[in-house]
Ligand binder design. Structure first.
Ligand code: THU
Length: 134
């Protein structure tokens, strides 16, 4: 397993950012996930005239990765115009496939970025272990 390269992951997310379909909010989001197998999958937000059907970029990227056979996430990058962090629903979906230590690089379009762990964005998370009988 190689080192995590934040710049490379952010560049992939930036490519996805440019593909965002956001004619309603005009808020483009690009995401890229690095899997435990070393593959990168990208996603952008995909909006719909029926607003609740809008898909977040992070969940598009995760869904692409898992549906292509990935099992675990090693790192995530997200690009927005202003460095906005992933929404609560996306944080929970990332937790399904990522450890609390999962690094999340949150970049703006100038490629400035902050690094979070998933635990920082989603402390005391609910997971499959909570579903086990006591
Ligand atoms: N959006 C994302 O793609 N990811 C997030 O974590 C936050 C919000 C999208 C959804 C919608 O297309 C637009 O940003 C405005 O909410």
């Amino acid at each position: 397993m190689g080192e995590i390269d934040p710049e490379r992951l952010i560049a992939a997310a930036r490519t996805a950012y440019d593909r965002a379909y956001a004619p309603y909010s005009h808020y483009q989001v690009g995401a890229a996930v690095l899997t435990d197998a070393g593959e990168i999958f990208t996603g952008c937000n995909v909006e719909n005239a029926v607003y609740p059907l809008c898909l977040c970029a992070e969940r598009v990227a995760v869904t692409k990765a898992i549906s292509e056979g990935a099992h675990n996430l090693r790192a995530v990058a997200v690009v927005t115009r202003n460095g906005g962090t992933p929404c609560g629903s996306c944080r929970q979906v990332l937790r399904e496939f990522g450890a609390p230590e999962l690094p999340i690089f949150v970049a703006d379009v100038s490629d400035h970025y902050r690094t979070y762990t998933l635990a920082q964005l989603l402390p005391d998370s609910f997971t499959h272990t909570d579903l086990k009988q006591a």
